[in-house]
Design a protein around this ligand. Structure first.
Ligand code: GDP
Ligand code: MG
Length: 338
C-alpha cells in the first residue's frame, strides 16, 4: 500500500487528496488512518446538498455556484470550495462523466476549487456512508464549502441530503410534469428552492406551482415575482444582524445556470442560511444528529457483522426455512437466532 501523508493533504496537495479519496471510495484499509488523521480537523465546512431530477441543470449550477462563492465581495479570503458529484447511475467507478470532465476543465484554472465524482458502484456500506467519508476527508483537508450534487430520487439521496447543513432542491421547466415529480419528501428537506433554466418562458409557471406547494406545506407567505429573484415574503431581504429568525422559510430562486443569472443571489442566500443555522444553534444540533446517525449506522453494521461471523450457518438456514414455510414469524425467528 502506498503511504499518503495527511499533512500534505492539509497543505493543499491535490494529488494526495485524490489518492486519499480513492482509498476511501474503495473502502481500502489505508483510508481509516487518513480519516483518523483528518477527522479532528473536520466539522468546520459548510455542507451544501444540491439535489433534483436528472437534467435540471445541477452540475451546471454547482459549477457556477463554486465560482460565485470564490468571488463574493464581502470576504477578504476566497473560501476553498470542493464539489462531490454523486452519480448513482454512473457506470464509471470513480471516473468522471463526460459533462463532469468538461466542467473540471472549466474550473481547472482555480486551485481553490476541487471537484470529484463518485459512482455508487463498489460503495461499501452504501452511498450515504461513502459520501460521509468523502466529506470528512474534504472537510479535514480544509475546504470551507463542500457542494454535494446528487440526483433526488430515492432514500439514498434523501440520506445524502441529510448530510448537508443546507439543502438546495433544483427544479426546471419542461421536464414533463415536473412539479408532480417533486415528491413531498424532497420539498420537506429543501432549505432553498431553485427553478433553473429561467431563460425558458415556462419557468415562471414552474416557480408559481412550487410556491403554491410551499404555501400548502408551510402555510402563509406571499408570492413576490419582482425580478428574476423571487423570495417568499420578506425573509430574503431581512438581514440577520441581532434578530435571528426562528423559522426559516425556504425561498424560491429563479436562475439561469448557463449564463449565471441569479447565481450571486442564490450564493448569498446559501450563506444567509449558514448564518441562520449558526445564530439559532441549529448548526450544532444538525452536527450532533449527523454524527449520532453515523455512529448508529456503524454500530448496526458492526454488530451484524460480528453476529454473522458467530452464527451457525446450518441453524440459520433451518430457521429461515421455517419462516419460508410459514411455521415461524420473522420476529420469532429473529428472536430465536439472537
Ligand atoms: N436553457 C438552459 N439550459 C440549461 C441551464 N442549465 C443547464 N442547462 C442544460 O441542461 C442540460 C443538463 O444540465 P446538467 O447540468 O448536466 O444537469 P444535471 O443532470 O441536473 O446535472 C445541459 O444540456 C445544460 O447545458 C439553463 O439555465 N438554461
Ligand atoms: Mg449532473
Amino acid at each position: 500500500m502506498t503511504q499518503i501523508d495527511p499533512l500534505a493533504i492539509r497543505q493543499g496537495d491535490r494529488r494526495a487528496l485524490s489518492r486519499a479519496l480513492t482509498l476511501v471510495e474503495n473502502n481500502h484499509p489505508g483510508s481509516r488512518e487518513i480519516q483518523a488523521a483528518l477527522f479532528p480537523h473536520s466539522g468546520k465546512a459548510h455542507l451544501i446538498g444540491i439535489t433534483g431530477a436528472p437534467g435540471t441543470g445541477k452540475s451546471t449550477l454547482v459549477n457556477q455556484l463554486a465560482k460565485a462563492f470564490r468571488q463574493q465581495e464581502d470576504q477578504k479570503i476566497a473560501p476553498k470550495v470542493a464539489i462531490i458529484a454523486v452519480d448513482p447511475t454512473s457506470p464509471f467507478s470513480g471516473g468522471a462523466l463526460l459533462g463532469d470532465r468538461i466542467r473540471m476543465h472549466d474550473l481547472a484554472g482555480d486551485k481553490g476549487i476541487f471537484i470529484r465524482s463518485m459512482a455508487s458502484r463498489g460503495a461499501l456500506g452504501g452511498l450515504a456512508h461513502s459520501t460521509a467519508a468523502f466529506v470528512t476527508v474534504l472537510d479535514g483537508a480544509g475546504f470551507d464549502l463542500i457542494l454535494i450534487e446528487t440526483v433526488g430520487a430515492g432514500q439514498a439521496e434523501v440520506d445524502i441530503a441529510r448530510l448537508a447543513h443546507t439543502v438546495v432542491v433544483v427544479e426546471a421547466p419542461g421536464l414533463g410534469d415536473d412539479i408532480q415529480a417533486i415528491k413531498a419528501g424532497i420539498l420537506e428537506i429543501a432549505d432553498i428552492l431553485v427553478v433553473n433554466k429561467s431563460d425558458r418562458p415556462e419557468a415562471e409557471n414552474t416557480a408559481r406551482a412550487l410556491q403554491a406547494m410551499l404555501d400548502m406545506a408551510h402555510g402563509g407567505g406571499s408570492l413576490s415575482s419582482a425580478g428574476k429573484h423571487m423570495l417568499r415574503g420578506n425573509a430574503g431581504t431581512k438581514t440577520i444582524d441581532n434578530q435571528p429568525e426562528h423559522h426559516w422559510k425556504p425561498s424560491i430562486h429563479l436562475v439561469t445556470a448557463t449564463n449565471g443569472d441569479g447565481i450571486n443571489q442564490l450564493a448569498a442566500d446559501i450563506k444567509r442560511h449558514r448564518i441562520y443555522l449558526q445564530e439559532t444553534g441549529l448548526w450544532q444540533v444538525k452536527e450532533e444528529n449527523r454524527l449520532r446517525r453515523d455512529l448508529d449506522a456503524l454500530i448496526k453494521d458492526m454488530l451484524l457483522l460480528q453476529w454473522q461471523q458467530k452464527i451457525d450457518k446450518a441453524w440459520f438456514d433451518a430457521v429461515l426455512s421455517d419462516v419460508i414455510a410459514r411455521k415461524r414469524t420473522p420476529i420469532e425467528a429473529a428472536e430465536a437466532l439472537i
